[in-house]
Write a protein that binds this ligand. Structure first.
Ligand code: SAM
Length: 347
């Protein structure tokens, strides 16, 4: 096992773990992994301060995986029961060849959901090709509809391109489109009703996300808005009905007075670790059992110098066995864990 666990995974010897069967990825708390988030690059064409808090370009610590290596890893996960794949980054659409990767993944038997998270800036160019390759739907990050605020958050004047990208994705049928909004006090928290109106006009669904304390050097606490305060800001839009949770979805969905619902993702104030069904693959070849814990499993020895599928499968099992019961932060801690920023892990 030497070289497998590169950081402290929160379990002892693998032999002591109530292990998964050979065909499923069940962790020691009974949760089954059915979802893999695949980062194809840590690079991004935006500079959102909450995601790249030091303002710099995150570098892969080692060589990034090739797209064919990524496809082999996903194949290994799918053979172990993973059906849901999300391509992410960094910004996945800045990686050349990502449309071809999606075509290869779509061809794998066992894929039930193939989605992509994007900032939307390059969607207009790629939406039709992505759809033709087999992509089923997109989530688009959209933190503000005000050009000056969008610029202040992202460092770029690309709001119009993002809106055009959302329209293009809708027109080719990459639906349902979810708009992900990180809610930040004094930055965009006054815009939440306007974002709901925009989504309704574009046939999209909004998910408001609590700002997470990922990465060092952020003034996180001053900007953090907990779920109950997010709901207060949109209270007139909400129907008098209980929220729903969909299996495997981290958002709680609140019915709207008009039609549809709005999701709220509250990883800080109300953890949903008991529902967690995911692993993350970083762009440089590590499986991460948990976004907010530092453990990770190196997959490159299973790929280089030559492909060994049985080692890929073993490492999926090891990563699954290493999933902690809970993530490493919550708002009641004075000092939330400062783990790696999202762009360097894969959001
Ligand atoms: N570039 C793509 C995008 O913009 O969606 C995919 C990668 S991005 C890292 C994935 C998601 O992570 C985005 O919705 C982003 O807003 C979210 N994110 C990044 N840092 C975050 C933080 N500190 N708190 C909450 N969400 C965060």
């Amino acid at each position: 096992m030497t070289g497998v666990i590169l950081a402290s995974l929160p379990f002892g010897r693998l032999g002591g773990v109530q292990g998964p069967t050979s065909t499923s990825l069940r962790d020691r708390y009974g949760r089954v992994v059915t979802y893999l988030r695949v980062s194809v690059t840590d690079r991004c064409n935006l500079r959102c301060f909450y995601c790249l808090p030091r303002g710099g370009e995150p570098r892969c610590r080692l060589d990034p995986l090739s797209l064919s290596e990524i496809a082999e890893i996903v194949r290994g996960g799918v053979e172990l029961g993973i059906g849901k794949i999300r391509i992410t980054g960094g910004e996945p659409l800045v990686r050349p060849g990502v449309v071809g990767l999606i075509r290869d993944l779509y061809a794998l038997p066992g894929i039930t959901d193939l989605a992509l998270s994007t900032n939307g800036t390059l969607l207009t160019e790629h939406a039709a090709d992505l759809k033709a390759a087999g992509l089923m739907r997109v989530n688009v990050s959209l933190d503000s509809l005000q050009p000056a605020v969008f610029h202040a958050i992202s460092g770029r004047r690309d709001l119009d391109r993002v809106v055009a990208g959302i329209v293009a994705a809708r027109d080719v049928g990459l639906t349902p489109i979810k708009l992900n909004v990180v809610v930040m006090r004094g930055v965009n928290d006054g815009e939440l009703p306007a974002i709901l109106d925009f989504a309704s006009a574009h046939g999209a669904q909004v998910r408001f996300i609590e700002y997470m304390p990922l990465g060092l050097g952020q003034r996180w606490e001053a900007s953090y808005v907990p779920r109950n305060q997010i709901l207060e800001r949109i209270r007139p839009y909400l129907a008098d009905a209980a929220p729903r949770r969909r299996p495997g979805d981290t958002a709680a969905y609140y019915p709207l007075r008009t039609s549809g619902d709005v999701g709220v993702i509250s990883p800080v104030s109300c953890r949903f670790c008991d529902l967690c069904n995911r692993l993350r693959l970083t762009a440089d070849g590590y499986l991460r059992p948990c976004l907010t814990s530092e453990g990770q499993v190196d997959l490159r020895p299973a790929l280089r110098p030559h492909l060994r599928r049985e080692v890929i499968a073993d490492r999926f099992r090891i990563a699954t066995a290493g999933r902690p019961l809970h993530g490493a932060y919550d708002a009641s801690n004075d000092r939330p864990a400062a783990v790696r920023p999202m762009a360097a892990i894969g959001g």
